[in-house]
Design a protein around this ligand. Structure first.
Ligand code: ADP
Length: 446
């Protein structure tokens, strides 16, 4: 049984979790940094505990402070959201050792999938397709060169402990690879504390297609369906949609089977996402994210599920509310609205002086902003997720056009104008997407 959930996060996802808890009749404890004192999650939770100064390391990443807040408030469960401590296996273990329920996957599953080289090897053993590359972290530059000739250039070096689009280097030839090897190891060490890198074949214009999965305590793992997340900048997603225009029922079945096999390989429970690259009819495992994802609402919109409610129920020991892959109905697209310059992508913190939110059929908004809210400079720039839904992709795009034009944020710069331009792009409208979309778009004058 769970009665009181501590939410170890901030922003829109903290509100999303509060919403799910309210529906289930669970009380909530917010934690906040000094920079978030006037945040919505602090107002809306039943209780709130200040856990430290603005800097994340001293607050949202401060394990002792978060666990003390749980203890003081008498919470019996911890939901980590995404980012911050969500994929920290040691934290998940500490939560459990404190006698609290961890609303997430088993710590061992987090640990294994968090090491991308090991994850690759583990799922490959279960027959999940992976890109040709190294089975273990590279031990020398010579090994990297030898492997690169084996799989063929271009190749990509990736940090085993990587995440958030960081720690990746593409090499088009031997000279670039020799140079990239040291840089990649150095960057990995600095960003993640572990220098291990591995290598795989680099696809020049693949699609990023991922599968949402959910597992419960009764051995059931259901692969729920795909999201297409090809529109990225600097390897970070900007727009996500479900379903993908290139996935037919046969491919969906194959990708879902592969995703379920990957999840089962690590005894998965709770919500997770298996990410694949798709190219010329084939798909390849990239990594598994062992948390609820930013883009989970597009899946919810086309399936009618509430994935956060499912997470809480699974954590409380209940079975999943569904046995089989639900049918996807209609089409949903999510736009990440960031506090940033729409051209240079430079962060744009500051006070929101005016706000008008989109309304009408097919609109869902996940946001923590309000008029007068001051966007702090210390965190991720995500302000809102605008999710539009239509009977088909064309109707979803029409609704996106309407919603984006109604969405007015004064006082700071946002990515709304960028999204307005993207949805007018003929390639976007026709669904001709790849992870290089934004490069082409920017080069064409965006
Ligand atoms: P992270 O954990 O940092 O998000 P991923 O492994 O998920 O890293 O990769 C993020 C993005 O990098 C992918 O969506 C894709 O755009 C690009 N990418 C990663 N591996 C490859 C590859 N082998 N070929 C082409 N692009 C890749």
């Amino acid at each position: 049984m769970i009665q009181k959930v501590l939410i170890a996060n901030r922003g829109e996802i903290a509100l999303r979790i509060i919403a799910a808890c309210r529906e289930l009749g669970l009380s909530t404890v917010a934690v906040f940094s000094e920079a978030d004192r006037t945040s919505q999650h602090v107002r809306l939770a039943d209780e709130a505990v200040c856990i430290g100064p603005p800097f994340s390391k001293a607050s949202y990443l401060n394990v002792t402070a978060v666990l003390s807040a749980a203890e003081i408030s008498g919470a019996d469960a911890v939901h980590p959201g995404y980012g911050f401590l969500a994929e920290n296996a040691a934290f998940a273990e500490m939560v459990q050792e404190c006698g609290l329920t961890w609303v997430g996957p088993p710590p061992d599953a987090i640990r294994l999938m968090g090491d991308k080289a090991t994850a690759r090897r583990t799922v490959a053993e279960r027959g999940v397709p992976v890109l040709p590359g190294s089975a273990t972290p590279l031990t020398s530059r010579e090994e990297a060169v030898r492997l690169a000739y084996e799989v063929g250039f271009p190749v990509i070096l990736k940090a085993s402990a990587g995440g958030g689009g960081k720690g990746m280097r593409v090499a088009n030839d031997e000279r670039e690879l020799r140079h990239a090897f040291d840089t990649a190891r150095h960057e990995a060490e600095r960003a993640f504390g572990v220098a291990d890198v591995y290598l795989e074949k680099y696809l020049t214009a693949p699609r990023h297609i991922e599968i949402q999965v959910m597992g419960d305590n009764f051995g059931r793992v259901v692969a729920i369906g795909e999201r297409e997340c090809s529109i990225q900048r600097r390897h970070q997603k900007l727009i996500e949609e479900a379903p993908s225009v290139v996935v037919d029922e046969e491919l969906r079945r194959a990708m879902c089977a592969a995703a379920a096999a990957a999840a089962q390989a690590v005894g998965y429970r709770s919500a997770g996402t298996v990410e694949f690259l798709y190219d010329e009819g084939k798909f390849y495992f990239m990594e598994m994210n062992t948390r609820i994802q930013v883009e989970h609402p597009v899946t919810e919109e086309v399936t009618g599920l509430d994935l956060v409610v499912e997470q809480l129920n699974v954590a409380a020991g209940k079975p999943l509310s569904f046995r089989r892959r639900p049918k996807m109905v209609g089409h949903a697209i999510e736009f990440r609205i960031n506090a940033e310059d729409p051209v240079t992508f430079a962060p744009s913190p500051g006070q929101i002086t005016e706000l008008a939110l989109p309304v009408g059929p097919g609109i869902r908004l996940e946001t923590h902003i309000y008029t007068g809210y001051r966007v702090p400079p210390h965190y991720d720039s995500l302000l809102a997720k605008l999710i539009v839904r239509g009977r088909d992709r064309a109707e979803a795009i029409t609704r996106a056009r309407r919603a984006l034009s109604m969405f007015q944020v004064g006082g700071i710069k946002t990515s709304i104008p960028l999204h307005q331009r993207i949805i007018q792009d003929p390639d976007f409208q026709e669904g001709r997407l790849s992870t290089r979309f934004m490069e082409r778009f920017a080069a064409a004058g965006g």
